[in-house]
Design a protein. Structure first.
Length: 318
């Protein structure tokens, strides 16, 4: 066991809580390090060129990537270069905040650029993916963020757990997505801030997507979800969808939220586009599998609060 730091000297000023807080913080960090050490190999992103390079440095059995506060490159991530190593955990130390003009993220553990993953036993927590105006215009100056493909192919996504090819592989299991945030260039950006696709068991904590055609797209089954929050979308804020890539259903969701932008912010693009729906159900080419139970939905600033695609055999209960 990790030994906790000694208690402060009783003779010290009893009203000064700083020594007690420092001792507590050191003890918690020691216990946290011991727990992580017991889960397998551990690498720190600061010792590698990118998040992808840190994941690649782990053995085939997986392990943990620590992401301390700061800004770290994602590395090249494309549909032909998806991170598929099983049992990888990506652990940040603090979820970042968005700038008042929504041009960038700041503070906390930040990955610059999009990141694609499709692996069993994957987990991620307390990470922000910054694909906002500042990052895009630095990494890809002059590119058409609102139309066409990403320079590495695919869409201008933020964080995406996705099946690279429709129907080619089975869904992934035991996936845990904790508190994750992703920021795109603007509401018109051609992509998803967060895409969660082709998972067939796992959990989701609190995910926040800002910008894109869909701020949050969810195409998975057999999962418990705490909250899905979308801001600043030009299509549908949060979309639950079944298609040729993945089916959706058997979900228990605590809450879904959508607004044109976070409170107390003035987006650099102005008020921007109005989302078609705050929450949209879309059985595009495959019906939902089982029920979707949502405890609370709050929507503001969208043309429609909740909408459903007109597909045979699909119904929305009260």
């Amino acid at each position: 066991m990790v030994a906790l730091p000694p208690r402060p000297n009783p003779g010290d000023n009893p009203w000064d809580l700083r020594p007690h807080l420092i001792a507590l913080e050191q003890g918690i960090e020691g216990l946290r390090s011991e727990v992580i050490d017991r889960t397998g190999p551990v690498v720190n992103i600061k010792n590698y060129a990118s998040l992808r390079a840190a994941c690649d440095a782990l053995p085939s059995s997986g392990g943990t990537v620590i992401v301390p506060p700061g800004r770290w490159p994602a590395g090249v991530s494309s549909l032909s270069n998806v991170m598929t190593k099983g049992n990888v955990r990506i652990i940040g130390e603090q979820l970042p905040m968005y700038a008042p003009d929504l041009s960038t993220l700041y503070g906390g553990s930040i990955i610059e650029g999009r990141f694609y993953v499709f692996a069993d036993g994957f987990s991620i927590d307390k990470i922000g993916f910054d694909c906002g105006k500042a990052v895009c215009e630095s990494l890809y100056p002059g590119r058409p963020y609102n139309a066409g493909t990403h320079p590495d192919g695919g869409g201008w996504d933020g964080f995406a757990f996705l099946r690279p090819t429709a129907g080619a592989t089975s869904a992934r299991r035991n996936v845990h997505i904790g508190d994750v945030m992703a920021l795109l260039h603007s509401p018109q950006t051609w992509g998803h801030a967060i895409l969660i696709e082709a998972i067939q068991s796992g959990t989701v904590g609190n995910v926040v997507g800002i910008g894109g055609v869909h701020a949050v797209a969810f195409k998975s089954r057999g999962m418990r979800v705490n909250s899905l929050t979308g801001w600043a979308s030009s299509g549908n804020g949060v979309i639950l969808k079944s298609d040729s890539y993945a089916v959706c259903g058997e979900l228990q969701i605590g809450s879904v939220h959508y607004w044109p932008h976070p409170p107390d912010t003035a987006p650099w693009w102005g008020e921007g586009a109005t989302a078609g729906a705050g929450l949209h159900f879309n059985p595009e080419s495959a019906n939902f599998v089982g029920s979707v139970q949502i405890n609370q939905v709050t929507v503001g600033g969208a043309a429609i609060g909740i909408s459903v695609s007109d597909e045979p055999g699909f119904s929305l209960a009260d």
